[in-house]
Design a protein around this ligand. Structure first.
Ligand code: FAD
Length: 544
């Protein structure tokens, strides 16, 4: 059997090496258009600042090493330009010369390419770059060393854009991020992204959201924004998303769907016989919505590569889809997410409820405890978990990994308190923030508490509700809502007579914990219209 693989990085090389472990006699040929295979795209941004010091560390395996260990025929600088599914041949170009390769099985793992937005003046801009592979990185590094830029513009505030921005800033450049969406990191919800934005601005990065770059002028030295502003930039990085590399597949009659992604079945089989596809180029089933989605992440690409090798080797295997779990470090904080955001769940028309919890990375009384903001998105009727987000200097990764596992395992809200997670003071809390999300969500589902979200607050106040802040006066003095009645929680029982049981109240504190106690006191004293401001003051002041 001869297996040809197009694309020699995450999905392609996972397929090649797994297949070799399963089949010692197959002829396995990997065709890669770039000069390198098996490189660490995810590590590229960290070379910009020098955090990764050795460029060779970004190249995980060389073609020779892959031949020695796995007996793979790895052909870099080989661009496939056409596939003939009838004759089972691929053709292409290497060093200006045509080549062709027959196959019994063909695996497409061509990945995705950065979107080049049609901005006037961009083509003429000599100082504008994208970052997808090592040659892209080399171009950026050459510019940094040769032209010594001082001001950088990052267009696009997604995961890669933020990593690049952080690393350029750590290198000493003045950095501006322009994001067209209303907030950074569009897969997160607005209030969670607000914490990330604050971290960036605290580190001197200028963040402009809700604005598009409409033109580059002066050879790329100036960027015009939709609102008329002009930014001066010595170096521009474009990271406005990726699109699947599927032109060659489309020309071969392989069916594609949403945003051009290759359609595969649960065996990674495309619409053409003996042709399979994996990685950023394919449409997967979003496991929560059941809808086709492009999920451009390394973990699914690696898994899919391994699984398609299983399929070709005749092992029982199934493409089950992805939920999308991602993380990014932004200076001293981390933003992590899994599954659907609140907005995505609403767009999918799923019955949606959310809960925010402010926890700690480890026991609050143990040194170096830091805040951890968590959000859970779930079905208020069934308790099905849709997604979660976490922001904080420490521990966001651990909580989102746990929650990603619960979603993949189809656990529900009521399972979260049951999770027995590691605890000793330096590591966590006896009630881990993940357990707390479960407790809080259960309280909502049981009707013990009713939440109001930060974006509903202004309307509720306009309709006559009173905001009752139960923090202590010294906390209120440090920062407060524009208009709120302050009764510290410990005084509330004694001062109930000052309140009207028929009036609508919204209770709040710093994190929501004391507000919940206040809500329970009020409800059990006959106050029927009480809601708890989810996320409380600390969330409100982050997003306002
Ligand atoms: P790729 O790894 O892109 O490999 C596809 C290969 O196919 C490319 O090398 C390409 O040259 C080759 N190819 C394309 N067309 C042809 C052709 N016609 N002929 C021959 N070869 C062809 N994901 C995460 O989960 N976490 C991260 O932290 C993270 N960070 C990232 C940072 C950066 C800067 C980038 C660019 C990506 C990052 N990703 C991250 C995304 C992750 O790298 C991708 O999801 C993953 O590499 C996709 O694997 P793939 O095999 O589908 O495509």
């Amino acid at each position: 059997m001869k297996v040809v693989i197009i694309g020699g990085v995450a999905g392609g090389m996972s397929a090649a090496t797994r297949l070799r472990r399963l089949n010692e006699t197959a002829e396995i040929v990997v065709l890669e258009k770039g000069p390198y295979v098996s490189f660490a795209n995810c590590g590229l941004p960290y070379y910009i600042s020098g955090e990764i010091t050795d460029r060779d560390d970004l190249i995980v395996e060389s073609p020779q090493a892959l031949r020695d260990r796995f007996n793979l025929i790895v052909r870099s600088n080989h661009t496939v330009t056409a596939i003939d599914p009838q004759r089972q041949i691929v053709t292409g170009i290497t060093a200006g010369q045509p080549f062709s390769e027959s196959y019994d099985k063909l695996i497409l793992a061509p990945g995705a390419s950065p979107v080049m937005p049609p901005i006037p003046g961009l083509k003429e801009a000599k100082n504008a770059f994208v970052l997808r592979n090592i040659p892209d990185l080399d171009d950026i590094m050459t510019d940094l060393r040769t032209n010594q830029p001082r001001r950088a513009l990052v267009v696009g505030g997604g995961f890669i854009g933020l990593e690049v921005a952080e690393n350029l800033r750590n290198r000493g450049l003045a950095v501006t991020i322009v994001e067209q969406a209303p907030h950074l990191l569009p897969p997160l919800d607005e209030e969670m992204a607000a914490f990330v934005q604050r971290e960036l601005t605290d580190h001197g990065v200028q963040v402009i959201t809700g604005q598009a770059v409409t033109a580059f002028t002066a050879g790329g030295q100036q960027a015009q924004l939709a609102d008329g502003r002009t930014l001066t930039t010595d170096l521009t990085i474009l990271s406005v998303g990726v699109r699947p590399n599927t032109e060659v597949a489309q020309q071969a009659g392989i069916k594609t769907g949403f945003k051009g992604g290759i359609i595969v079945d649960d065996q990674y089989q495309t619409s053409q016989p003996n042709i399979y596809a994996v990685g950023d180029a394919i449409l997967v089933t979003q496991q929560i919505t059941g809808q086709p989605a492009l999920i451009s992440l390394a973990s699914p690409a690696n898994r899919e590569g391994r699984q398609v090798a299983d399929v070709i080797a005749g092992l029982p295997q199934r493409n089950r889809g992805s939920i999308g779990t991602a993380i990014v470090r932004v200076f001293n904080t981390t933003a992590a997410m899994t599954g659907l955001s609140e907005r995505a769940a609403q767009q999918a028309q799923l019955p949606t409820q959310v809960v925010h919890v402010l926890g700690k990375n480890h026991a609050g009384y143990f040194p170096n405890a830091t805040d951890l903001n968590l959000k859970l998105v779930f079905n208020p009727k069934t308790g099905e978990l849709y997604g979660a987000q976490a922001i904080g200097p420490d521990g966001a990764d651990k909580r989102i990994d746990v929650l990603a596992t619960t979603i993949k395992g189809r656990l529900t809200v009521s399972d979260l308190p049951e999770l027995e997670l590691t605890y000793a003071p330096p590591f966590g809390s006896a009630k881990d923030p993940v357990n707390m999300l479960g407790y809080a969500a259960e309280n909502l589902m049981a009707g013990l508490s009713e939440h109001i979200q930060w974006y509903q607050l202004a309307d509720a106040l306009a309709q006559g509700a009173i905001l009752l802040d139960v923090r202590d006066p010294d906390e209120v003095a440090e920062g407060h809502f524009p208009k709120a009645l302050n009764i510290p929680l410990n005084d509330l029982r004694a001062r109930l007579g000052e309140l009207d049981p028929s009036q609508a109240y919204i209770v709040s504190c710093r994190s929501g914990q004391r507000a919940y106690i206040a809500e329970r006191i009020l409800r059990q004293n006959g106050f029927m219209h009480v809601r708890n401001l989810d996320g409380a003051y600390q969330l409100y002041q982050a997003v306002r």
